[in-house]
Design a protein around this ligand. Structure first.
Ligand SMILES: Cc1cc2nc3c(=O)[nH]c(=O)nc-3n(C[C@H](O)[C@H](O)[C@H](O)COP(=O)(O)O)c2cc1C
Length: 180
């Protein structure tokens, strides 16, 4: 099972990206998690750029979504909402079929950000019947370094929460499409 991980933060030392990277290190057997690093390259969405004029960065992003068996998103809250870059990426997926029915779950690297989570949950449940709002991992590591986050999430004493989240998500994806 191939999972694509999207971070709402393009910050080099992003705690959300670090959490997604750490999840890839504790993924159960048979699950591979790839971090998508293309969100920052996407142009601002316009319906005029869909179809034959679609920029390559967008086609590459959509192809990655299509190829994935599931998507895990981790995002910071910006100004009490989801970051513009993440919303822009999701806007590019609205008119296609790639996200409809795609298993999606959220991870979150902060003890804060409830407004963003509410926003993102509303957007994702609009976009995909595969969004599982109840499959959620919160690791409150705001302001921690990527190294410390990796050490925490992969430590034998604490890795079970992350692994349990990933196993629940893989079971959800299997239930939607048993061939995954
Ligand atoms: C432009 C901007 C706006 C922010 N707005 C909020 C906010 O409204 N509420 C909040 O709790 N944190 C806010 N924050 C803090 C970030 O959500 C927080 O630092 C988060 O952990 C950063 O995630 P990252 O490490 O993945 O980049 C904001 C940060 C930035 C840069």
């Amino acid at each position: 099972m191939h999972i694509l991980a999207l971070s709402g933060s393009t910050r080099r030392a992003s705690t959300n990206t670090a959490l997604l990277n750490a999840l890839s290190a504790v993924a159960p057997e048979g699950m591979k998690i790839t971090i998508c690093d293309g969100l920052g390259q996407l142009p601002i969405f316009s319906p005029d750029l869909e179809g034959p004029d679609r920029p390559k960065a967008v086609s590459d992003f959509i192809a990655q979504i299509k190829a994935a068996d599931g998507v895990i998103i981790a995002s910071p809250e910006y100004v009490r909402a989801l970051p513009g870059g993440l919303k822009n990426a999701l806007d590019w997926l609205v008119s296609g079929e790639e996200l409809i029915g795609k298993p999606i779950a959220l991870a979150h690297a902060s003890h804060r950000g409830e407004d963003m989570l509410t926003d993102l949950r509303r957007v994702l449940s609009t976009l995909s019947t595969g969004f599982a709002a109840d499959i959620f991992l919160r690791v409150p590591v705001m302001k921690s370094s990527p190294e410390d986050i990796h050490a925490l999430v992969t430590h034998p004493d604490t890795a079970q929460d992350a692994r349990a989240f990933l196993i629940r998500f893989s079971e959800w994806a299997h239930s939607l499409a048993p061939s995954r």
